[in-house]
Ligand binder design. Structure first.
Ligand SMILES: [Zn+2]
Length: 288
């Protein structure tokens, strides 16, 4: 487990104002995610922001499960997914096409939407969807919060090829007393530079920005890269194809293969495996 807080999320509270904050630093967990695909820098940057965002948004999950942030569009990056669990594990993936010009949200993702899914391990998922708006992922997320949660929320991201940092400020539901307090805290946060976010320890960033405010800082939560895929989950998704399709695939190729996009884990199923998936209750043959 990392003890230097390079992969960690800090939560903090402005005790007298009705505002909460979080800062997340992703280091090894970001590098592990990037190492699986040969991402262009601009795609890696967007993925870093999305990973940081998903950990910031999942920090207050009240259930066992995960939060999935998806951006879907008709631009050069048609699909980006970042997922974070309540156990503070993250994974993410992006697809891209060709050479990418520009760095604004419309230039990267085209016309699209932002989908946030809260997915409990048990029970029904909840999904919130907004159109992609603004110049950056932080703009889109801020508009998501103002539309779906009606909570004042601001996000700042800084990403290089080694680290991804995210900072979040959010009013507490029905607790914000004075708009002037929000504006002051927001203005303080706006003074941080990308270089400072990337180079300073999280506690120091919080201190530098808000040392004149009454802040309660909670114990940091360590974060790591971990894929949630398993042979069992792949079997379940194979089942949804139906027996006929699986039999056809087997006849065609002799074996059914599936790769996990998130971690490159390779799964193989031969005829016997597929038979067992399709007929889970069939007794094993008795050999005399
Ligand atoms: Zn996987």
């Amino acid at each position: 487990m990392a003890t230097d807080n390079k992969d960690a999320l800090f939560r903090f509270l402005f005790e007298e104002l009705g505002i909460r904050g979080e800062i997340v630093s992703l280091d090894s967990s970001f590098k592990d995610t990037l190492s699986l695909h040969d991402y262009p820098n601009i795609v890696a940057e967007q993925l870093g922001q999305a990973l940081a965002a998903s950990t910031l948004l999942s920090a207050t999950l009240k259930f066992d499960g995960s939060l999935i942030l998806q951006v879907q569009g008709d631009g050069p990056i048609p699909m980006l997914v970042a997922q974070s669990t309540n156990q503070q594990t993250v994974r993410g993936i992006a697809h891209w096409n060709g050479d990418i010009q520009g760095n604004t949200l419309p230039e990267l993702f085209g016309k699209g939407r932002l989908v946030i899914t809260l997915k409990p391990n048990k029970g029904k998922p909840y999904q919130g969807i907004v159109n992609l708006e603004g110049d950056s992922l932080s703009d889109a997320l801020e508009s998501y919060f103002s539309q779906s949660e009606q909570l004042k929320t601001r996000l700042w991201f800084a990403v290089n090829n080694k680290r991804s940092i995210g900072l979040l400020l959010q009013e507490l539901p029905a607790k914000l007393e004075e708009l002037a307090d929000w504006e002051r805290v927001e203005m303080l946060a706006n003074t941080i530079t990308q270089d400072e976010l990337l180079s300073l320890p999280s506690e120091e960033i919080i201190y530098r920005l808000f040392h004149e405010e009454a802040i309660r800082l909670y114990e940091p939560q360590p974060i790591s890269f971990k894929c949630e895929c398993s042979r069992e989950k792949v079997e379940k998704s194979l089942l949804t194809l139906g027996a006929a399709e699986l039999t056809d695939l087997l006849e065609e190729k002799g074996i059914i293969e599936a790769d996990c996009d998130f971690c490159n884990q390779h799964y193989r199923f031969n005829e016997k495996d597929i038979d067992e998936i399709l007929n889970p209750d069939k007794p094993s043959p008795i050999i005399h």
